[in-house]
Design a protein. Structure first.
Length: 183
Protein backbone atom coordinates (compact mmCIF):
# COMPACT_ATOMS: atom_id res chain seq x y z
CA UNK A 1 0.00 0.00 0.00
CA UNK A 2 1.40 3.40 -0.93
CA UNK A 3 1.44 6.26 1.52
CA UNK A 4 -0.87 9.14 0.61
CA UNK A 5 0.88 12.19 -0.73
CA UNK A 6 1.02 15.14 1.66
CA UNK A 7 0.92 18.75 0.58
CA UNK A 8 2.16 21.50 2.88
CA UNK A 9 -0.32 24.39 2.96
CA UNK A 10 0.49 27.85 4.30
CA UNK A 11 -1.58 28.59 7.43
CA UNK A 12 -1.92 32.29 6.60
CA UNK A 13 -2.98 32.16 2.94
CA UNK A 14 -4.21 28.58 2.50
CA UNK A 15 -1.90 28.18 -0.50
CA UNK A 16 -0.12 24.93 -1.33
CA UNK A 17 3.62 25.54 -1.03
CA UNK A 18 5.30 22.15 -1.46
CA UNK A 19 4.63 18.42 -1.30
CA UNK A 20 6.40 15.53 0.33
CA UNK A 21 6.83 13.99 -3.12
CA UNK A 22 9.97 16.14 -3.21
CA UNK A 23 12.98 15.31 -1.08
CA UNK A 24 12.18 17.45 1.99
CA UNK A 25 14.49 17.62 4.96
CA UNK A 26 14.29 19.52 8.23
CA UNK A 27 17.02 21.89 9.41
CA UNK A 28 17.46 24.57 12.07
CA UNK A 29 16.32 22.42 15.01
CA UNK A 30 13.58 20.85 12.88
CA UNK A 31 12.02 24.28 12.25
CA UNK A 32 12.69 24.82 8.53
CA UNK A 33 11.82 22.44 5.70
CA UNK A 34 14.44 22.58 2.97
CA UNK A 35 14.22 21.22 -0.54
CA UNK A 36 16.60 21.59 -3.46
CA UNK A 37 14.83 22.72 -6.61
CA UNK A 38 15.82 21.96 -10.16
CA UNK A 39 15.39 23.51 -13.56
CA UNK A 40 13.01 21.53 -15.77
CA UNK A 41 11.42 21.67 -19.20
CA UNK A 42 7.87 22.94 -18.52
CA UNK A 43 6.55 20.45 -21.10
CA UNK A 44 7.87 17.58 -18.95
CA UNK A 45 5.68 18.39 -15.94
CA UNK A 46 3.75 15.26 -15.08
CA UNK A 47 5.98 12.95 -17.13
CA UNK A 48 7.73 10.21 -15.20
CA UNK A 49 11.29 9.21 -16.04
CA UNK A 50 11.55 5.46 -15.50
CA UNK A 51 15.26 5.50 -16.23
CA UNK A 52 15.16 2.97 -19.08
CA UNK A 53 16.82 5.33 -21.55
CA UNK A 54 17.00 3.54 -24.90
CA UNK A 55 15.36 0.24 -23.90
CA UNK A 56 11.98 1.08 -25.39
CA UNK A 57 13.15 2.60 -28.65
CA UNK A 58 13.60 6.07 -27.20
CA UNK A 59 16.78 6.75 -29.11
CA UNK A 60 20.18 7.96 -28.05
CA UNK A 61 19.13 11.55 -27.41
CA UNK A 62 17.14 10.80 -24.24
CA UNK A 63 19.54 12.66 -21.99
CA UNK A 64 20.52 15.38 -24.44
CA UNK A 65 19.41 18.88 -23.44
CA UNK A 66 16.69 20.27 -25.65
CA UNK A 67 17.87 23.17 -27.76
CA UNK A 68 16.02 26.45 -27.32
CA UNK A 69 13.73 25.24 -24.53
CA UNK A 70 13.50 27.72 -21.68
CA UNK A 71 13.78 25.84 -18.40
CA UNK A 72 11.65 26.69 -15.37
CA UNK A 73 12.15 26.05 -11.68
CA UNK A 74 10.17 22.95 -10.67
CA UNK A 75 8.97 24.34 -7.32
CA UNK A 76 8.01 27.80 -8.57
CA UNK A 77 6.30 26.26 -11.61
CA UNK A 78 4.52 23.32 -9.93
CA UNK A 79 3.23 25.28 -6.93
CA UNK A 80 2.62 28.60 -8.74
CA UNK A 81 4.71 30.53 -6.26
CA UNK A 82 4.74 34.29 -6.74
CA UNK A 83 8.05 36.08 -6.27
CA UNK A 84 7.82 38.87 -3.71
CA UNK A 85 9.82 41.87 -4.85
CA UNK A 86 10.40 44.29 -2.03
CA UNK A 87 13.08 46.20 -0.21
CA UNK A 88 14.96 44.71 2.72
CA UNK A 89 12.75 46.87 4.96
CA UNK A 90 9.54 45.52 3.34
CA UNK A 91 10.65 41.90 3.74
CA UNK A 92 11.76 42.53 7.33
CA UNK A 93 8.31 43.96 8.17
CA UNK A 94 6.61 40.81 6.86
CA UNK A 95 8.95 38.58 8.85
CA UNK A 96 8.46 40.60 12.05
CA UNK A 97 4.68 40.48 11.63
CA UNK A 98 4.64 36.73 11.00
CA UNK A 99 7.12 35.93 13.80
CA UNK A 100 4.97 37.90 16.27
CA UNK A 101 1.86 36.03 15.08
CA UNK A 102 3.64 32.68 15.35
CA UNK A 103 4.79 33.39 18.90
CA UNK A 104 1.14 34.04 19.83
CA UNK A 105 -0.10 30.93 17.99
CA UNK A 106 2.51 28.73 19.64
CA UNK A 107 2.15 30.14 23.17
CA UNK A 108 0.54 26.86 24.32
CA UNK A 109 3.23 24.72 22.64
CA UNK A 110 6.46 25.43 24.54
CA UNK A 111 8.44 22.82 22.60
CA UNK A 112 7.73 24.65 19.31
CA UNK A 113 7.75 28.16 20.79
CA UNK A 114 11.39 27.68 21.81
CA UNK A 115 12.45 27.77 18.14
CA UNK A 116 10.61 31.09 17.66
CA UNK A 117 11.92 32.75 20.85
CA UNK A 118 14.73 35.28 20.87
CA UNK A 119 17.97 33.41 20.22
CA UNK A 120 16.07 30.43 18.79
CA UNK A 121 16.54 28.57 15.52
CA UNK A 122 14.14 30.83 13.58
CA UNK A 123 16.01 33.97 14.62
CA UNK A 124 19.28 32.32 13.56
CA UNK A 125 17.88 31.47 10.14
CA UNK A 126 16.32 34.91 9.62
CA UNK A 127 19.60 36.63 10.60
CA UNK A 128 21.43 34.47 8.04
CA UNK A 129 18.86 35.44 5.39
CA UNK A 130 19.19 39.18 6.08
CA UNK A 131 22.99 39.05 6.22
CA UNK A 132 22.86 37.55 2.70
CA UNK A 133 19.75 39.43 1.55
CA UNK A 134 20.95 40.10 -2.01
CA UNK A 135 21.51 36.37 -2.61
CA UNK A 136 17.98 35.47 -1.47
CA UNK A 137 14.67 35.41 -3.29
CA UNK A 138 11.33 35.49 -1.49
CA UNK A 139 8.11 33.85 -2.57
CA UNK A 140 4.47 33.88 -1.54
CA UNK A 141 1.78 31.35 -2.36
CA UNK A 142 -0.29 31.47 -5.54
CA UNK A 143 -3.01 33.74 -4.12
CA UNK A 144 -0.46 36.53 -3.66
CA UNK A 145 -0.72 37.54 -7.31
CA UNK A 146 -4.51 37.91 -7.13
CA UNK A 147 -6.51 41.06 -6.41
CA UNK A 148 -6.54 40.51 -2.65
CA UNK A 149 -2.85 39.87 -2.07
CA UNK A 150 -2.72 37.27 0.69
CA UNK A 151 0.69 37.25 2.30
CA UNK A 152 1.94 33.88 3.40
CA UNK A 153 5.01 33.43 5.54
CA UNK A 154 7.68 34.10 2.91
CA UNK A 155 9.35 31.08 1.35
CA UNK A 156 13.07 31.83 1.10
CA UNK A 157 15.21 30.54 -1.77
CA UNK A 158 18.96 30.80 -2.15
CA UNK A 159 21.80 28.79 -3.65
CA UNK A 160 23.45 26.35 -1.28
CA UNK A 161 25.70 24.45 -3.70
CA UNK A 162 25.87 25.85 -7.24
CA UNK A 163 28.39 23.15 -8.25
CA UNK A 164 26.14 20.25 -7.28
CA UNK A 165 22.56 21.52 -7.68
CA UNK A 166 20.69 22.86 -10.72
CA UNK A 167 18.38 25.07 -8.65
CA UNK A 168 18.14 27.04 -5.44
CA UNK A 169 17.28 25.48 -2.09
CA UNK A 170 13.84 26.53 -0.85
CA UNK A 171 13.22 27.08 2.87
CA UNK A 172 9.74 26.79 4.37
CA UNK A 173 8.90 27.47 8.00
CA UNK A 174 7.55 24.20 9.45
CA UNK A 175 5.17 25.81 11.95
CA UNK A 176 3.69 28.03 9.22
CA UNK A 177 2.33 25.10 7.22
CA UNK A 178 -0.14 22.32 7.86
CA UNK A 179 -0.07 18.93 6.21
CA UNK A 180 -2.97 18.00 3.96
CA UNK A 181 -3.21 14.41 2.76
CA UNK A 182 -4.08 13.93 -0.89
CA UNK A 183 -5.79 10.82 -2.23
Amino acid sequence: KTMPLKVLVDIFSGDELISDALNLSLEYDDSIYTVVSKMINPDDVGKVDIGSSNHFGGGEEDNAPEEGVEKVNNIINNFNLEEYIGSKKDVKEIFLKRITEMRERLSDKPDRLKAWAKGGAIEGFVKKVFSNFDECRFFMGSSYGEDCDKESMPVVAFWVDEEKHTGETFHIFKDCVREVKCQ
